[in-house]
Write a protein that binds this ligand. Structure first.
Ligand code: PLP
Length: 388
């Protein structure tokens, strides 16, 4: 019995230290980290500039109320926003999406939302209403009314977007949903239908953003132009943060009193985000792209031929390795842990890799071999059982 609620099934070790792209547990065992705390610690665990920025801020002031000006948050907003957008800072991905949903209602005067099967947007009531998993929603009805949940990458889904739709919310690469990559044509059709019906397009970049795919935002791969963008996970390298970025024409519908949060723009968090954005420059993004291209090449060569691997998907350092049903992903994850490699799962028996963006290519190379061996050993064992 523990005193924390049983909201997660936890592995039996506690990470107490880390360096570079490595984590160390309470027994002193070292792991190569291919999770980055679920796409959060993108610059790993030794980034001296980020640590120093936080340490310097801790010596000054940690928190002020949003009733006073905040030059640090202003600077982060300037560095984060595409031209013509404004930021609202909060503390998590789900809160960024809540803010987006509220702003969509206020800006359009409409309340219908369109969202997609296996899109994940968070666990608070508004975000949960647009999260397309029956089992995650189960037990919490009634949620927000007027949400149309339709299939991803499906042309028929476009019919759901009408003059009555306030907003469409989607991930261009569904993360939790199984690293499902959006089709460019279809995404542009969604955007066109939004424009034709006065519907706002919200792109959730909480997992795919902040350099994960080799661009600051994954929608840049497609040349899309969302009305709103939500970010969180990687923005402050591990301190809790979220942000809604909205085009000025939309953002102006939030006026004093319409929305707020005590901790949004927190000074310590912003000091980390400022340093993250400084380092997330075009040169750095090019290294992520190059590493990602190399990685997908290797995965195609070394993992695709395996019988138990049914597909590889993703972009940059956001990777899905799809496994046959006969090989449960949980088994692979546990064997890899014993071998000193931390990995994640996603829906659909997918082994998901979200390494820190600074991960060493040589380490990735070794990890791929280890993953390949593990998959082969487990599927051989599985066949041996089947033969008996
Ligand atoms: C993790 C995630 C969220 C929720 O973020 P929290 O910080 O856990 O609230 C929302 N959208 C996407 C795409 C995510 O991956």
């Amino acid at each position: 019995m523990t005193t924390t609620m049983h909201t997660y099934d936890q592995f039996p070790f506690d990470i107490v230290d880390g360096h570079d792209a490595y984590l160390i547990d309470d027994q002193g065992k070292e792991y190569l980290d291919l999770t980055a705390g679920i796409g959060v610690c993108n610059f790993g665990y030794s980034n001296q500039q980020i640590k120093q920025a936080v340490a310097d801020q801790v010596e000054k002031v940690w928190h002020i109320t949003n009733l006073y000006q905040n030059q640090l948050a202003e600077k982060v907003a300037e560095d984060l926003c595409p031209t013509g957008y404004q930021a609202f800072f909060c503390n998590s991905g789900t809160e960024a999406n809540e803010a987006a949903i509220k702003l969509a209602h206020k800006a359009t005067g409409k309340h219908e939302l369109v969202a997609f099967d296996y899109g994940f947007h968070g666990r608070t009531t508004g975000s949960l209403s647009v999260t397309g998993y029956p089992h995650i929603q189960e037990g919490f009805a009634p949620l927000m009314p007027a949400v149309k949940m339709v299939p991803f990458n499906d042309p028929a889904a476009l019919d759901a977007i009408t003059e009555d739709t306030a907003a469409v919310i989607l991930e261009v690469i569904q993360g939790e949903g199984g690293i499902n990559v959006g089709q460019a044509d279809w995404l542009h059709q969604v955007q066109d239908k939004c424009h034709a019906t006065g519907t706002l397009l919200i792109i959730d970049e909480v997992q795919s953003g902040m350099g994960r795919t080799g661009h600051r935002f994954a929608f840049e791969h497609y040349g899309l132009e969302p009305d709103m963008i939500t970010v969180a996970k990687g923005l402050a390298n591990g301190l809790p943060v979220g942000a809604l970025l909205a085009k000025e024409s939309v953002a102006k519908h939030f006026q004093p009193g319409d929305h707020g949060t005590t901790f949004g723009g927190n000074k310590v968090v912003m000091s980390a985000a400022k340093e993250v954005l400084k380092q997330l420059n075009p040169e750095f993004l090019a290294t992520v792209q190059a590493k990602g291209d190399w990685l997908f090449d290797q995965l195609e060569k070394k993992l695709s031929p395996l019988e138990a691997v049914t597909g590889i998907s993703g972009a940059g350092l956001m990777v899905g390795i799809h496994l046959a049903d006969s090989l449960p992903v949980g088994q692979v994850i546990q064997v890899l842990q014993k071998e000193g490699i931390l990995t994640l799962s996603a829906r659909g028996n997918t082994l998901r890799l979200l390494p820190p963006l600074i991960v060493d290519q040589a380490d990735l190379d070794q990890a791929i071999d280890q993953i390949s061996q593990t998959i082969q050993q487990l599927s051989a064992a599985d066949q041996a059982v089947a033969v008996k």
